[in-house]
Write a protein that binds this ligand. Structure first.
Ligand code: 8YV
Length: 310
């Protein structure tokens, strides 16, 4: 560890150009090395991590000098905020810089699901067009779409979907007095719509928010889209609904136990599966990593984070 630079514990990997900045500006030790040799524990003042990786409470307790946890991602459901707050440790994330990318993936996978684009691509590649017509699919235009979680990303999704001629409504903790209809009852929203989009934060408060009852209300013509966290959906109820025609289909970017997801999904033709790539564009990941670093720089320069999780 380089003397004089702030001690930093790194969890996960970062792109070479970001890693170079980390190594130039911080006395960095990677979690794997720290697990073998925790001698640096007393000098660790910051953690840099990624939103899909856990920061165990036990690890925080072993770092007496820890001041800040900077996560590369908007989600912070794998960081024990209560433990951090008790210790006066600041937690920062990367809001806003990924809104467009996640919204694009949401719209893209929804269109792929409704128009059966992966199946159409396979139909052509397998030479079946020579002798057959691809079955008609269904339009997005005119559909009733419900958004669960009208935060920054939810609003970006709504603005994009408006241009497709859908009717929008949303559910969340509060009526934000927006142009779109607010539905306080999640079951009623599920009953009213053709497509239900899940884009609320993960964590204990939203665990299995989308359960068997909600899927029943969504019904045999309804489709589910999840670009938030697997934990928001009761995955066993979802698999049963998909297998038994309880709902028409689902576009899923997040799952329980990623990346070891339930192989029952693989056999289903009415699902669009993506490997948690909501924010996975070069531009977005570069902006996320830069904001993560800038949060650390601002903290050690001014004692303030730029995008602090409240
Ligand atoms: C991950 C995400 O952070 O921002 C989030 O909450 O889930 C993603 O952007 C990213 O996959 C981890 O690097």
């Amino acid at each position: 560890m380089t003397a004089g630079l702030p001690g930093l514990l790194q969890i996960g990997a970062f792109a070479p150009e970001i890693q170079a900045q980390i190594d130039a500006e911080f006395a960095r030790v990677h979690l794997d090395d720290f697990a073998r040799d925790p001698s640096a524990a007393a000098s660790i003042r910051a953690i840099i991590t990624r939103s899909n990786l856990a920061v165990p409470a036990a690890l925080i307790e072993r770092l007496p000098a820890l001041e800040i946890i900077a996560t590369n991602g908007v989600g912070h459901d794998l960081i024990p905020l209560d433990v951090a707050a008790r210790r006066g440790i600041v937690v920062t994330n990367t809001p806003n810089v990924l809104n467009a990318a996640v919204a694009e993936l949401c719209v893209g996978t929804l269109l792929s699901l409704l128009r059966r684009l992966p199946q159409a691509d396979r139909f052509v590649r397998e030479g079946r067009w020579r002798s057959d017509n691809f079955a008609l699919s269904t339009s997005l235009a005119g559909k009733q779409v419900g958004i669960v979680g009208m935060g920054r990303i939810g609003k970006d999704i709504a603005r994009r979907l408006e241009t497709f001629g859908v009717l929008l409504a949303y559910h969340g903790r509060t009526d934000q007095q927006l142009a779109w209809r607010y539905e306080p009852e999640l079951l009623r929203l599920a009953r009213d719509v053709d497509v239900l989009i899940v884009v609320a934060p993960g964590g204990p408060d939203t665990e299995h928010l989308i359960d068997a009852a909600v899927l029943r209300e969504l019904g045999p013509q309804g489709c589910l889209v999840n670009v938030a966290r697997g934990s928001l959906v009761d995955q066993q109820a979802l698999l049963a609904a998909l297998e038994q025609g309880g709902i028409a289909g689902a576009a899923l970017d997040v799952f329980d136990g990623e990346p070891e997801i339930d192989e029952r999904f693989f056999a289903l033709d009415n699902v669009m599966l993506t490997p948690h790539i909501g924010s996975a564009t070069r531009e977005t990941r570069a902006a996320m990593a830069q904001l993560t670093l800038d949060n650390l720089r601002s903290w050690f320069r001014s004692g303030r984070g730029l995008t602090v999780v409240e």
